[in-house]
Design a protein around this ligand. Structure first.
Ligand code: UDP
Length: 496
């Protein structure tokens, strides 16, 4: 491991515990954030579960950062051994069980923390019970939810203006503007009711914490949204990202999250043989799984565009590959597709080394579901996006990418579902996919401007995490703040 360790002379390092949610999109960035604190000389423990610990072990520095694995209740819930993440299930039953497991982890985690209290707990927002525990121990709690601050502002503004939004959407054929925000954000889709309610309940407890850690940088969310958030909620947000930039070598980048099904060398040498900005990367994160019909449209759309591609299809398809007959394959892949596109394209059936791929000079565009990690990773690499939101808060992220920052184009997805898999009513057509790909890849004024802005944001992202950059300074300020709280507590306890 060649992680650069930027150790400050610490008289007394902070002791911090991190608790991640059981999903790759939450675990990967929280592990990177933990690594940031460890790289400044603080003592960090990530509280995790056994199979997630095996994954994390590969991507953490050996000093200052420990893993503590609590038992995962696989047997109690009837989950197969090793399935300890939402990213490892592909049906609703599995999803509910992993969600239930999260609740069952409370007693062993709570016990561990009470037996060895830290100076601060950084927990995913799903662990709402950490609020009471931190209060009981008189220590600060920081929250991480994996969202952009822009999305949180949009969720909050939509909640406060729900009546006027419903009226607008009813008269505007489903289209509406979210009022109050620094920009007039127009939306075509509304979140499913249960998602809206879920966001509201967890965000309410989030606001009771000492602060929110955001995997982004101030320039991307924008000072106007930071100011808006702090003014409307009275809560502090700390932008510390893009946190993936803590991973410097190809190997460190490749080993985040899961073991890749293709070797980094294979990927890089394939990309090395392609011209600058000529490849479209297509990946929908760790949770989305499309129907065969939708996969067929993606294959047809990318082939019709004529551009080179790396296309990540979910692990489920990989598992089926060995036993998959030609007839089955033709349900999701046009006949002869692989043969025709042998030179032009690479299909990755399972986990891809995304950050390595995005960082390659051959990359020209990223078809993304707008998961926040994927978004901020693309921004860091200066790659323009073709946005295709599916669930969660992704529709808000799309608006930041296209309307506010102008670093991507929309494919035209309008169906906002509660989860990333299961039946969907609408299919995004091959024509829409081809059109969006061409809009960015064919060149022309609009495409050039989008590409230039994306590259400028890439430079800003890298500057933000360097000495003197906005995120670097925020981390220093947050550490100072936590030290003051710790030292005040020590004085208080010695007087009492
Ligand atoms: N990822 C990856 N390889 C894959 C799929 C996903 O490395 O084949 C990583 C990606 O780089 C990102 C995370 O998994 O860090 C996905 O997080 P995101 O917020 O984009 O989406 P989610 O999976 O939460 O929907």
């Amino acid at each position: 491991m060649t992680m650069k360790v930027n150790q400050e002379p610490e008289e007394k390092p902070l002791k911090l515990y991190f608790i991640h949610y059981l999903a790759a999109g939450h675990m990967i960035p929280l592990c990177d954030i933990a690594t940031l604190f460890a790289s400044r000389g603080h003592h960090v423990t990530i509280i995790t579960t056994p199979s997630n610990a095996q994954i994390l072990q590969k991507s953490i520095p050996s000093h200052n950062l420990k893993l503590h694995a609590v038992k995962f209740p696989a047997q109690e819930l009837g989950l197969p051994d090793g399935v300890e993440s939402l990213s490892a299930v592909n049906d609703i039953d599995g999803l509910i069980k992993v969600f239930q497991a999260t609740a069952l982890l409370q007693p062993p985690i709570e016990q561990f923390i009470q037996d060895n209290p830290p100076d601060c707990i950084v927990a995913d927002f799903i662990f709402t019970w950490v609020d009471d525990l931190a209060n009981k121990l008189s220590i600060p709690r920081l929250v991480f939810n994996g969202f952009s601050l822009f999305a949180i502002c949009a969720i909050e503004a939509a909640r406060r203006n729900s009546d006027s939004i419903s009226a607008d959407a009813a008269t505007g054929g489903g289209s509406y503007i979210i009022p109050d925000l620094p920009h007039p954000i127009s939306m075509k889709a509304t979140p499913p009711k249960e998602i809206g309610e879920f966001f509201e309940s967890v965000l309410e407890i989030e606001l009771k914490s000492h602060g929110l850690i955001v995997n982004s940088f101030a320039e991307l969310d924008g000072e106007e949204y930071i100011e808006y958030y702090e003014r409307t909620t009275g809560h502090k947000a700390w932008h510390l990202g893009p946190v993936s930039l803590i991973r410097r070598t190809e190997q460190e980048k490749a080993e985040r999250g899961q073991k890749s099904v293709v070797s980094v060398d294979e990927c890089v040498s394939w990309l090395n043989s392609k011209p600058l900005n000529s490849v479209v990367y297509i990946c929908f994160g760790s949770l989305c799984q499309f129907s065969d019909k939708q996969l067929y449209e993606i294959a047809s759309g990318i082939e019709a565009s004529g551009y080179r591609f790396v296309w990540v299809v979910p692990e489920k398809k990989a598992k089926e590959e060995e036993e998959e007959s030609e007839e089955e394959k033709e349900k999701w892949l046009p006949k002869g597709f692989e043969k025709r596109n042998r030179e032009k394209g690479m299909i990755v059936r399972g986990w891809a080394p995304q950050v390595v791929i995005l960082g390659h000079r051959a990359l020209g565009a990223f078809v993304t579901h707008c998961g926040w990690n994927s978004t901020v990773e693309a921004v860091s690499a200066g790659v323009p996006m073709i946005t295709w939101p599916v669930h969660g808060e992704q529709f808000y992220n799309e608006r930041l990418i296209t309307q506010v920052r102008g670093i991507g184009v929309e494919v035209g997805a309008e169906e906002w579902t509660s989860i990333g898999f299961g039946e969907r009513e609408k299919v995004v057509s091959r024509e829409s996919i081809e059109k969006a790909v061409r809009r960015l890849m064919d060149g022309g004024d609009e495409a050039e401007q989008i590409r230039r802005r994306a590259e400028e944001f890439g430079v800003k992202a890298r500057l933000a995490v360097q000495d003197g950059g906005s995120s670097h300074n925020n981390l220093t300020a947050l550490i100072d703040d936590l030290k003051q709280l710790r030292d005040r507590k020590v004085v208080h306890e010695s007087i009492a």
